[in-house]
Design a binder for this molecule. Structure first.
Ligand code: ADP
Ligand code: ZN
Length: 727
């Protein structure tokens, strides 16, 4: 017997091995396998079993460590598609997707047998055990009082036929720190929800690939629609995957799902889950013992059997895109998997991605809409403050404008809560010397260092390089170093000065670096132990807290000024999403947006809660510039340690690819660049990028593969299909 094995190395090849006789019965597709590889041993996966001997002599596999496979033929078809589309070797794809780890410990279980106790003479101790087990069903032996656990004692009772002992693998489960109370679960759906659900039910019943866009304003009750769809799927014996963009969102949601499906085993998958738990959940899913998975982007790969529904909540969210190792977009892959499995796919958002909305308008996705908030709660009133008109006592632009301060005052008076959003952490954005203009920058990234006053350090936000702020300018020796810009830390300080009584908490990656931090802050917010929460984009997402009546956006322009064709789309989404956090209770929410560009369409449309208007403004621009949805893109990232050599190699590759584009693809692919990346130096490496753009993905893929073939020593090349970030 022979097997074809994929190993996690940067090669598109798979390798053939022979299977020694004693392993033949357990060799099967999807099994992990230990193989000799050169002088090393590698763990790979069996992707095919062969009966005919290959031409050349092959080596023997060493071991098959697991009793069960990790995927079946259908899963593999999908993984192979991913490997081709994202131009990533199958072995690497499998290495990214499949869980590592090994089977957990064995657990001993005990229960009473049906034996009649009164017929048998028992010691006091034996009686105590029988009494203890009464009415408990099967429990782990570890759950018995210590003096009743001895193995010989239990064995004697087993021989008497009074108890049953059984061994089972101990299933490791995800652990959670705190659970935030979830609110209502017994909800009477409103008309719009009923209508959306009715259509989804039709899709589910058809058992055909049915992609849907659920476009519902913030607070319109999308979650309720998802949960009913999941309920219907599980009731009919199918499986479902529920994706949310970030771990922070899963806690509140999980309590709600647990309450909704108390009898169901639920798998939870995201980067915070231990390897053991991931391994065990994976196996239970493969066996069909678990049918519902909730998690971040990686949950999309879960081996759910008879998959009939995939929900992608906040489908516009950029965190569905992974930008290292395997560069994929879980939102797009959800649609692909739906097609493979003939499943219903619900993409839900208040601010759908322009590409998603384009698909829906073209009739390729079913369009479902929840146009109003539940219980007729109005959307918040958005006020835009032109920061060009705001000056403080010294003639500088203040961090908090007068209208925002006034709104905060009112909110505090009414004992309500406020969110202040600023997409930069730290104290001041950077330090500089006003005498010579020297900016304190990271030695390996060439980016300004951020001042973290609480820690007394300057920090690089890309590589975490940390240093103490010097007293004198290292360039000219002058002694009055100044700071400019503002981060969350300074926002907290300024707000404290204005509202000394308020309980103010900061939420950004500095205050949520330990496990459970995010949940703790959100739980405090939920218990109303926080008056003002100040934070980065993590506060803009999905949370539902009815006492928040004011949302302040301190610098709406931060996201407009990034070099990316989606900058305005991101800005519109962030503003709409963060506004949507307010006014979910009985009082109408209020939003104050501070900007230097009050006339920009992304800001005006967000102010009016006008998604369709935004889309109409944006689409002609995309068409004009030839960006998605009017084209497809593949990004190529080059990096190297040496600037001159790197630049020469990259320029040379660029020339060759341009020539190929003209001949091989008939000029159907534009080659943009190569040029220095916006982050031209990162973690000590010099960086360049190139963009391939064209109407069809075939020629683009062909060229991208040619670029990879140009690989030369000292130059790293990464291909990014359907790129989201351009830094
Ligand atoms: P979305 O995800 O669309 O922003 P949610 O699903 O979080 O909105 O719903 C917002 C709030 O409205 C939640 O507290 C939810 O429990 C509640 N809700 C949802 N549907 C209804 C309904 N039909 N009637 C009353 N409350 C509802
Ligand atoms: Zn750095």
């Amino acid at each position: 017997m022979f097997v074809r094995v994929a190993v996690p190395i940067p090669s598109t090849k798979t390798f053939t091995y022979s299977v020694p006789g004693y392993l033949e019965t357990s060799a099967a597709l999807g099994k992990r396998v230990l193989v000799p590889f050169g002088k090393k041993r590698l763990t790979g996966w069996i992707v095919e079993t062969l009966s005919a001997a290959p031409e050349q002599t092959v080596r023997e596999i060493i071991d098959l460590p697991d009793p069960e496979p990790f995927f079946n033929r259908q899963d593999l078809d999908y993984f192979e598609w991913i490997s081709r589309y994202y131009i990533c070797p199958l072995g690497k794809v499998l290495g990214e997707i499949l869980p590592g780890g090994t089977d957990g410990k064995i657990e001993k279980m005990i229960s009473r047998s049906a034996g009649n106790v009164s017929d048998i003479k028992l010691t006091e101790k034996q009686k105590a055990l029988i009494d203890f087990l009464r009415g408990k069903g099967e429990i782990p032996v570890a759950g018995l009082p210590v003096h009743l656990r001895e193995a010989s004692f239990l064995r004697r009772l087993e021989q008497k036929g009074l108890i049953l002992l059984r061994k089972q693998p101990l299933m490791r489960k995800p652990v959670f720190t705190t659970e935030i109370g979830c609110h209502k679960n017994a909800i009477q759906p409103n008309e719009a929800q009923e209508k959306a659900f009715h259509e989804i039910y039709g899709c589910l019943s058809s058992r055909l690939f049915s992609p849907c866009l659920l476009h519902g304003v913030t607070g319109s009750g999308k979650t309720e629609v998802y949960l009913r769809a999941i309920d219907a799927t599980l009731q009919n014996g199918g499986g479902a995957i529920y994706l949310v963009p970030e771990i922070a969102l899963t806690t509140q949601l999980l309590s709600r799902i647990r309450e909704r499906f108390p009898e169901r085993a639920i798998a939870v998958m995201h980067s915070g889950i231990s390897q053991g738990a991931r391994h065990d959940q994976w196996k239970q899913l493969c066996r069909g013992d678990i049918r519902l998975v909730v998690g971040a982007r990686s949950a999309l790969f879960a081996p759910v059997r008879d998959l009939r529904l995939i929900v992608v909540d906040e489908e516009h969210d950029p965190s569905y895109k992974q930008d290292d190792r395997l560069r994929y977009n879980a939102r797009d892959l959800a649609v692909v998997r739906g097609k493979f499995e003939q499943a219903t796919v619900i993409l839900g958002s208040a601010t759908p991605g322009v590409q998603t909305y384009f698909q829906a308008m073209g009739g390729r996705y079913r369009y479902l809409s929840l146009p109003c908030r539940v219980d007729e709660h109005p959307l918040p009133l958005v006020e835009v403050v032109d920061m060009r008109t705001q000056r403080d006592g010294q003639g500088r632009t203040p961090l908090l404008s007068l209208p925002l301060i006034e709104a905060l005052r009112e909110t505090m008076e009414h004992r309500k809560q406020a969110l202040l959003f600023l997409n930069r952490r730290g104290f001041h954005t950077f330090l500089f010397c006003p005498d010579c203009g020297h900016v304190f920058a990271c030695p390996s990234c060439d980016l300004a260092l951020t001042n973290h006053a609480a820690l007394g350090v300057l920090k690089c936000h890309h590589c975490d390089f940390t240093t103490k702020p010097p007293a004198l300018c290292p360039a000219c020796g002058a002694g009055h170093i100044r700071s400019q810009g503002a981060g969350t830390e300074r926002a907290v300080e300024e707000t404290k000065k204005l509202f000394p009584e308020a309980r103010i908490v900061r939420m950004d990656s500095d205050t949520t670096s330990r496990k459970g931090d995010t949940e703790r802050i959100l739980a405090k917010l939920d218990r109303q132990e926080i008056d003002i929460l100040i934070g980065t984009q993590m506060i803009t997402k999905g949370h539902d807290f009815p006492e928040i009546t004011l949302v302040g956006v301190l610098a709406a322009d931060a996201s407009l000024n990034i070099p990316d064709f989606r900058a305005s789309e991101r800005t519109f989404q962030i503003l709409t999403q963060v506004s949507g956090r307010g006014g979910r209770g009985d009082q109408r929410g209020r939003v104050v947006v501070q900007t230097f560009n009050p006339g920009h369409y992304a800001i005006r449309r967000a102010q009016d809660h006008d998604y369709a208007g935004y889309y109409e403004d944006e689409l002609p621009i995309r068409r004009e510039l030839g960006y998605p949805p009017f084209s497809r893109l593949i990004g190529i990232h080059f990096s190297g340690l040496k600037q001159t050599e790197g630049k020469r190699a990259v320029t040379d590759i660029g020339k060759r690819i341009r020539k190929l584009a003209a001949t091989v693809t008939d000029g159907k692919v534009d080659v943009i660049g190569p040029a220095e990346s916006p982050l031209a130096r990162l973690r000590g490496r010099y960086r360049w990028q190139m963009l391939l753009r064209g109407p069809h993905s075939g020629p683009l893929h062909l060229l991208a593969e040619k670029v990879i073939e140009e690989r030369r020593s000292g130059l790293d090349i990464q291909v990014d299909v359907d790129p989201v970030h351009f830094m």
